[in-house]
Design a protein. Structure first.
Lengths: 139, 145
């Protein structure tokens, strides 16, 4: 249950974003470690599209799946966002059928780290604001 | 979400690249070797990479955290090519055969150096991945400080 009074939607979205960025680091590390493995195909993680959809939905009316075969999409709100790990569709495959582009992976990693740090900082600032409002600020 | 998984994956990359570097160094050192315990000249060695579940490397069999999306790498075997020899005419060599040809390892310096540079670059990339994962985790500790 999302606590609407203390943690608003933004903090939940940032929390989800940070979790998935950590998972993205795993995917990128896996690609980098397997950059020389014959036959390995690079993977990518996508969660931004689902998160964007979930941000527009009021999370208190989540849709539950009646049948186990139904997918619970992000219509359930932020807490139901599922990341999607897929094979990178880029086509530069080498002779040993390895498709990892190590420069692209390094750039992706830098961007991932930056966005993770940014989300951590924003959460810190929001909590600092709450703390300022709660403590006796001299008024 | 455990960040230790990321460290294990990158560590497996480091270990594999180091094994590959050992194979390359062995090739470079044995460029003129004509006698080996198995008989015949030295054969060029090559490390064969294979994806692996990270939990297998570190014996983490009790935890059922195997996620097929994140896989580390391991050296499945050090392969030797039995045909990688070249014959050189040198009848005064003690290992020359009846026609005067000596069997030497077919090791190309340029190829070995290029492989060495590639192994070094992959090693550095894995080191950066470890540092990034560590910095991300440390940054998360600063929330609410």
């Amino acid at each position: 249950m999302i606590n609407r009074t203390l943690f608003d939607n933004t903090i939940n979205a940032l929390n989800t974003s940070m979790n998935f960025r950590m998972m993205n680091q795993d995917v990128i590390a896996s690609n980098i470690a397997n950059a020389d493995t014959p036959g390995y195909k690079a993977k990518k993680l996508d969660f931004e599209t689902q998160l964007k959809v979930a941000m527009n939905v009021d999370g208190s009316h989540s849709m539950k799946a009646d049948d186990k075969r139904h997918f619970v999409t992000a219509n359930g709100g932020i807490k139901d966002v599922r990341g999607n790990v897929y094979f990178d569709p880029r086509m530069n495959i080498r002779n040993d059928l390895n498709s990892v582009d190590i420069d692209a992976e390094m750039a992706e990693q830098a961007e991932n780290e930056f966005l993770y740090n940014a989300a951590a900082q924003i959460i810190s600032k929001k909590l600092a604001l709450l703390k300022y409002a709660v403590t006796d600020s001299g008024l | 979400m455990s960040f230790l998984n990321s460290l294990k994956i990158s560590a497996s990359g480091l270990a594999s690249q180091r094994t590959r570097m050992n194979a390359i160094s062995s090739n470079l050192a044995n460029v003129n070797t004509t006698r080996t315990p198995e008989g015949g000249p030295y054969r060029r060695k090559d490390a064969v990479f294979e994806t692996t579940d990270v939990s297998e490397i570190f014996g983490d069999v009790f935890q059922d955290k195997v996620n097929k999306n994140f896989q580390g790498v391991k050296v499945s075997e050090i392969s030797e090519d039995p045909r990688a020899i070249k014959l050189e005419y040198n009848p005064t060599h003690p290992d020359a055969n009846e026609e005067g040809y000596v069997a030497l390892p077919d090791i190309n310096f340029i190829k070995e150096m290029v492989d060495l540079m590639e192994a070094k670059r992959s090693y550095q990339a894995n080191v950066t991945a470890i540092q990034t994962a560590r910095e991300m985790a440390l940054k998360a500790l600063e929330i609410g400080r």
